[in-house]
Design a protein around this ligand. Structure first.
Ligand SMILES: [Zn+2]
Ligand SMILES: [Zn+2]
Length: 376
C-alpha cells in the first residue's frame, strides 16, 4: 500500500497531462487516481502499481520533474531503471537541451531518493531508544519549541502535550503550528491564532509551575518572504521559519531565499534548515555556511530537527555553527504524544556533535528563554 500522505503536494493535473500510457499506467484514469487520493485506497491502482516499477510512479508524483521532460525522456530512450535515467540526465546532451539547473536538481532528487543519501545509521539506530530525553551531556533539557497541536496537523490537544511534558518533569513547551499558506496541513488563520492564544493564556494561568510559549512554524515563501503580515507576526513569542515547498531552486536563489527569511526581524528560529525529507526530497541546495553565518549575525537560533524523516542538521554543520557562536535548539517537530520522543534523535545528533550545553536553547530556564526571545 502506498503512503498517500507523502504525495499531499502533488498537482494531480500533471498526471493527466503526462499521459499515463507513456509509462505504463494506461489502465488508470484520472478519476481512479482522485479516488485513490480521497479514499487512500484503490484496488486497481494498487494492482497497477504492483505490476509496474514503483520508481516510475514516484517520479510522476514527485512534483520535481517537469512532466514534459519526463515524457520526452521516456519517449526518446529505452529507460528501464533509475540508473538508466541518471545516465541520460548526466549527459552533455541533457545539459545543453534542458540546462544546468534542471540537470542538477533532477540528479540531486534521484540520488537522494533512490540511493539513500541520508544519515541512515542514525535513522536505523535502535540504541537511540535508550537515550534519556531529558538530558544532553548530563545537562537538563527544560522543554522544546517545535511542536504541532490539533490546531494544524497534530494529533493531540495542547493540554495533552503539556500533560505529557509535565509527566517527564519538563518546565515549558512551545506550540508552533503551521502558518496559513500550509493549508493542506491546517495552517492557522488569524481567527485560529486568536483562539489558540486564548487557550494558551488560560493554560498559563491554570498551571503554577509549567509555562507555554506561543509560537508558529511560519512558511518561507519562494522569494524569502514569510506568509504573515507584520501585525500577525508580532503576536507570537517566537517564530520558527521553515521551507516545505518549491525545494528545487538554483543554489543562488535558494540561498537568497533563506537569507531573506533569516534577516526578517521577526524570525527567531530556522526550522529544519535544509528542508530535506527522507525518501522524498533532498531539500534545498543552499550554501549552508552562509546560512549559518547569517543566523549568527541576525541572532537566529538554528534547529536540530529530530524527526526521523529529517534529521536536519548534519553533525559537520553543527560543529561549524557552534564554532561561529550559534545558539542551537533541539526539536522533535512532534505531531503527536509519541512524536515528542523524537527529541531523542536530536539529542543523539547533538551528542555526536559534542554540542556545548551553553549553546543549546533547551537548557535555558523559562526566564532566560523569555529574555532571549524578547531581545530579538
Ligand atoms: Zn516543517
Ligand atoms: Zn513542523
Amino acid at each position: 500500500m502506498l503512503n498517500v500522505k507523502k504525495y499531499y503536494n502533488t498537482d494531480l493535473k500533471k498526471i493527466d497531462e503526462f499521459g499515463l500510457k507513456n509509462i505504463g499506467f494506461d489502465s488508470l484514469t484520472i478519476s481512479d487516481i482522485l479516488e485513490f487520493f480521497s479514499n487512500q485506497e484503490l484496488n486497481s491502482l494498487n494492482e497497477a502499481v504492483n505490476s509496474h516499477p514503483k520508481w516510475m510512479f514516484n517520479l510522476i508524483l514527485s512534483s520535481v520533474f517537469e512532466i514534459s521532460d519526463l515524457q520526452y525522456l521516456f519517449n526518446s530512450y529505452n529507460i528501464n531503471s533509475v540508473k538508466d535515467l541518471i545516465f541520460i540526465i548526466y549527459s552533455d546532451y541533457f545539459e545543453s537541451k534542458f540546462g544546468q539547473i534542471k540537470q542538477k536538481n533532477y540528479l540531486r532528487y534521484l540520488e537522494f531518493v533512490f540511493f539513500d543519501k541520508f544519515p541512515l545509521s542514525i535513522r536505523n539506530n535502535n540504541s537511540i531508544l535508550d537515550i534519556d530525553p531529558n538530558f544532553i551531556s548530563k545537562t537538563r533539557l527544560n522543554g522544546s519549541f517545535h511542536n504541532h497541536s490539533l490546531y494544524s496537523d497534530g494529533n493531540n490537544s495542547i493540554k495533552e502535550l503539556v500533560e505529557e511534558y509535565r509527566k517527564v518533569g519538563k518546565s515549558y513547551l512551545g506550540i508552533s503550528d503551521h502558518s496559513k499558506s500550509h493549508f493542506l496541513s491546517g495552517g492557522l488563520s488569524e481567527l485560529d491564532i486568536e483562539h489558540q492564544h486564548a487557550e494558551i493564556n488560560a493554560l498559563n494561568t491554570f498551571y503554577d509551575n509549567f509555562k507555554l510559549f506561543k509560537g508558529i512554524e511560519c512558511e518561507i515563501l519562494s522569494d524569502g518572504n514569510l506568509d504573515y503580515e507584520t501585525h500577525i507576526l508580532t503576536k507570537f513569542d517566537y517564530v520558527i521559519v521553515s521551507v516545505h515547498t518549491n525545494l528545487y531552486q538554483s543554489k543562488n536563489d535558494a540561498t537568497r531565499r533563506l537569507l531573506k527569511a533569516i534577516e526578517n526581524p521577526y524570525t527567531t528560529i530556522l526550522g529544519h534548515p535544509t528542508g530535506r525529507c527522507y525518501g522524498r526530497s533532498p531539500g534545498l541546495d543552499v550554501d549552508i555556511y552562509k546560512i549559518i553565518d547569517s543566523c549568527v549575525a541576525n541572532n537566529v537560533i538554528i534547529e536540530i530537527n529530530g524527526d526521523k524523516d529529517r534529521l536536519d542538521l548534519d553533525v559537520a554543520f553543527i560543529n561549524y555553527a557552534e564554532k561561529k557562536g550559534a545558539l542551537l535548539s533541539l526539536e522533535a517537530d512532534a505531531h503527536s504524544l509519541s512524536g515528542l520522543n523524537s527529541l531523542k534523535y536530536a539529542i543523539f545528533i547533538a551528542e555526536k556533535a559534542n554540542l556545548n550545553p551553553c549553546q543549546c536553547l533547551n537548557t535555558f530556564s523559562y526566564e532566560k528563554i523569555r529574555k532571549t526571545f524578547s531581545e530579538k
